[in-house]
Design a protein around this ligand. Sequence first.
Ligand SMILES: NC(=O)c1ccc[n+]([C@@H]2O[C@H](COP(=O)([O-])OP(=O)(O)OC[C@H]3O[C@@H](n4cnc5c(N)ncnc54)[C@H](OP(=O)(O)O)[C@@H]3O)[C@@H](O)[C@H]2O)c1
Length: 233
Amino acid sequence: MKQVIISGASAGIGAATAAGFLAAGWAVTNLSRRPCPVAGATSIACDFSDPQAVQRACDDLLGVVAEANPLVLVHNASLLRNDRADATADADFREVLQINLAAPNALNAALLPAMKPGSAVIYVGSTLSEKAVPNSYSYVTTKHATIGMMRATCQDLAGRGIHTACICPGFTDTEMLRSHIGTDPETEQAVASMSAFGRLITPEEIAEAIIWAALHPVINGAVLHANLGQLER
Ligand SMILES: NC(=O)c1ccc[n+]([C@@H]2O[C@H](COP(=O)([O-])OP(=O)(O)OC[C@H]3O[C@@H](n4cnc5c(N)ncnc54)[C@H](OP(=O)(O)O)[C@@H]3O)[C@@H](O)[C@H]2O)c1
């Protein structure tokens, strides 16, 4: 059976990706603290900041992987904090590393060995995977590393018929973005005007790019920016 495992499908881009895969006849398993709101999806409650909880989720997923043919693994959950290179406590930095990098690594270590040819590993990066802005130090650092993890995945899985790619969204209208820009129309317009289309991206648009990437092995190892043409200022 065609199966997809998505981290962070309780909201935003992950939930839209779950809906898209379900509509296309895939079985969907979500990993996050809250359940996936899309009817038909299965959820495993897991807090990525807790390595032991991640390991338990990996154990629970072994049955899914054994039955899946193919399996798509979407590394989507992440933590965005306002922090700085000159003032981030070690413990705070490590928590972001745990959620954004160590948890995907644990999933890779548990699931990749059993994945069959035709499967895919899709990473969700960010515009900030290839550029930096002030006050997003741990996020910028880990999102750059997400591209490295994807490229290394491509190299290490060569010959197995499994492909990988990193989709890098621009400003997408989700909880993560709203927690930073709020709902003030002027602020929203200022953010929207940073794309060549003058609007925010919908989670469904990013989901379509993720699903397309999962189904097209020719893009193995690629970084795909999905940002409506972000304007450089
Ligand atoms: N929105 C944007 O403008 C934008 C731009 C560039 C990149 N992205 C990337 O797109 C991806 C999805 O973000 P989004 O915008 O859809 O954000 P979102 O709506 O806030 O969703 C974030 C998801 O991550 C999960 N998550 C966060 N912390 C977690 C934890 N400790 N343990 C388990 N799951 C956790 C959340 O689930 P629970 O809260 O239920 O645990 C939620 O399902 C992220 O990788 C983000 O960096 C977003």
